[in-house]
Design a protein around this ligand. Structure first.
Ligand SMILES: Nc1ncnc2c1ncn2[C@@H]1O[C@H](COP(=O)(O)OP(=O)(O)O)[C@@H](O)[C@H]1O
Ligand SMILES: [Mg+2]
Length: 254
């Protein structure tokens, strides 16, 4: 049986060319947790926001968990593309939670995120970004409290890496339980193709979308590639990612 699809509604830049949903073989399989990996400026935040704005049009509630940008930043981005996210928030179709890791305790933040998933029950989630979620967890003292371990006594068997993996597994489990279709944004540094945490996250994810700048003969362009997507027959080609006044569009095959 075909799984239900969560449509991104990200259109092609030229009529007759494939949309992102077409490249996905009909859309994101509902309930998939998809890692969206890209360098700074590759379009992750805009993609995430557009995904929730399009969801609201289908009466699907969206939750944006933002470590990287404040609410004000996100409103500015939305304004650039003519998305009235204030109205969506007023109607309860969009919730934005900005978390400051400098000011808030990871124990509380983690609890609050899981509670939001249960109470608000979003159909779409964007976590921006997993890199920052990791950074929050890496504050070791808090982690000990968080997981109820004392690292000193257990260093031989239970090390920091293990606890981090445990915490990430827990995050994925909670999102999976919620049934939402989630985009987990992750920052990639160009020089090192994959960090250790990316590998852990990839292992848990149902899909991997890569956003990357590429140099063509003439210029630098943004690109998108669906490297992996479970439960669907997707296209693996790299396509140009175009920024227009209305948001992201899918350009020609590279
Ligand atoms: N109004 C706009 N029109 C065209 N391109 C834009 C606009 N706003 C942002 N961009 C492009 O998008 C990039 C930022 O996208 P963003 O989603 O914030 O990236 P990331 O979250 O991956 O760091 C900018 O570097 C710029 O190239
Ligand atoms: Mg961003």
């Amino acid at each position: 049986m075909k799984s239900h699809r969560t449509r991104t509604h990200i259109p092609p830049s030229t009529e007759g060319q494939p949309s992102l949903d077409e490249l996905l073989g009909g859309g994101l399989p509902q309930g998939n947790i998809v890692l969206v990996s890209g360098t700074v400026g590759s379009g992750k935040t805009i993609f995430g926001l557009q995904y929730l704005v399009e969801g609201a049009k289908e009466k699907e509630n969206g939750l944006y968990i933002s470590f990287n940008n404040t609410k004000k930043d996100l409103h500015k981005i939305a304004g650039e593309f003519g998305w009235d996210i204030k109205a969506l928030q007023n109607r309860g179709q969009l919730r934005i939670r900005h978390i400051s890791i400098a000011k808030e305790s990871s124990v509380e933040v983690r609890k609050e995120i899981f509670q939001l998933l249960k109470q608000y029950r979003p159909q779409r989630i964007v976590l921006d970004s997993l890199t920052m979620y990791f950074l929050m967890l890496e504050l070791v003292e808090q982690m000990e409290t968080l997981m109820g371990y004392n690292l000193d006594g257990l260093s031989a068997h239970v090390n920091k890496q293990l606890l981090l993996r445990l915490a990430i597994t827990e995050l994925y489990e909670q999102i999976k339980l919620s049934g939402a279709t989630a985009l987990i944004l992750t920052e990639r540094v160009e020089e090192c193709a994959r960090t250790r945490m990316d590998t852990i996250a990839e292992f848990h994810s149902d899909g991997l979308i890569i956003l990357a700048p590429k140099k063509t003969q003439k210029e630098f362009i943004k690109t998108i590639q669906i490297l992996e997507m479970k439960y669907t027959r997707h296209n693996q080609n790299t396509h140009a990612l175009k920024m227009t006044g209305g948001g992201i569009q899918i350009g020609d095959k590279i």
